[in-house]
Write a protein that binds this ligand. Structure first.
Ligand code: CP
Length: 302
């Protein structure tokens, strides 16, 4: 495998190999000296055409822990603003002897396009509303860590499924690992093709929470909405907002996840996000080990 473009393109065995490699790197990250020389001869460019906190910093830390040389590119403040194309931008970066591109782009399919036109490895760090493969890998890895395994677990993905690349990559990853997947949200925020993906669909958030072992809660992606959607944020919170009172009223304790950034008080209240049921910061911690594993395996062409 030369690229990580999406979870759709990789096998359950690929995911297991990434998890086993991440287990080893997680052990390294818990040592006083967190650095290994594995990618000492590799240069990686982080090319971000969209904003990011977690993904960008976690890729950068993963690369530093692996001893890679890195350069960071943000579209804002670059010659993209003067009209330079994606391919010209990346080819100019590659001319400086870069081996691997980690890219986030607002357009679905941009990393796939790039992978067909350049020789370097491409890692998709999120492409529009399409896929966010390393997020799904770290989410599934965090479920495995918390519950022992993913197979047989019931996972509800709750929120703005229509605009979420996290939702699609999570569905692919969790199904490949043998979990049962449900999506829950207002019908206006569910894609028309959703039932073709083999997931359960639930419009009532209490019923979704009563069904699941794990709730992966997503934010409303206002930046991707072309028109004024129903529901408004206030209506969304009224009908779909999850707080500790709702969690405490269930007959079991479920695990709460969120890929971030959280809109506190909209999809998730602070008392739920900060409760001991939430593993949100564990997800962030695991992101570094997962991204180390992905970069290491791609560089090794395993
Ligand atoms: N989860 C995630 O992709 O967060 P960022 O947008 O901050 O990278």
């Amino acid at each position: 495998v030369r690229h990580l473009l999406g979870i759709k393109e990789i096998t359950p065995a690929d995911i297991q190999l990434i998890f086993e490699t991440a287990d080893n790197f997680k052990e390294v990250l818990n040592r006083p000296i967190k650095k290994v020389p594995s990618l000492r001869d590799i240069t990686i460019a982080n090319v971000f055409f969209e904003n990011s906190t977690r993904t960008r910093l976690s890729f950068e830390l993963a690369q530093k822990r692996l001893s890679a040389d890195i350069v960071n590119f943000s579209a804002s403040g670059s010659s993209v603003k003067k009209g330079e194309t994606l391919l010209d931008t990346v080819n100019n970066i590659l001319a400086m002897k870069v081996d691997m591109i980690v890219m986030r782009h607002a357009s679905a399919g941009a990393p796939h396009f790039l992978s067909k036109h350049i020789k370097a490895n491409v890692v998709n760090a999120g492409d529009g509303t399409h896929e966010h493969p390393t997020q799904a890998l770290l989410d599934a890895f965090s479920i495995r860590e918390k519950l022992g395994e993913v197979a047989g677990k019931k996972i509800a993905i709750i929120g703005d499924i229509l605009h979420s690349r996290v939702a699609l990559s999570n569905i692919f990853a969790l199904q490949k690992l043998g979990a049962e997947v449900m999506v829950c949200g207002p019908v206006t925020l569910l894609p028309r093709y959703i039932s073709a993906l083999g997931v359960k669909v639930e419009l009532n958030v209490r019923k979704a929470l009563e069904w699941c072992d794990v709730a992966n809660v997503l934010r409303i992606q206002l930046e991707r909405q072309q028109m004024k959607y129903f529901p408004s944020l206030r209506e969304y919170t009224l009908y779909y907002g999850i707080d500790k009172k709702l969690l405490d009223s269930l007959n079991k304790e479920i695990v709460i996840m969120h890929p971030g950034p959280i809109n506190r008080g909209v999809e998730l209240s602070s008392d739920a996000a900060d409760s001991q049921q939430a593993i949100i910061l564990n997800q962030v911690e695991n992101g570094v080990a997962i991204r180390m594993a992905v970069l290491y395996l791609l560089a090794s062409r395993v």
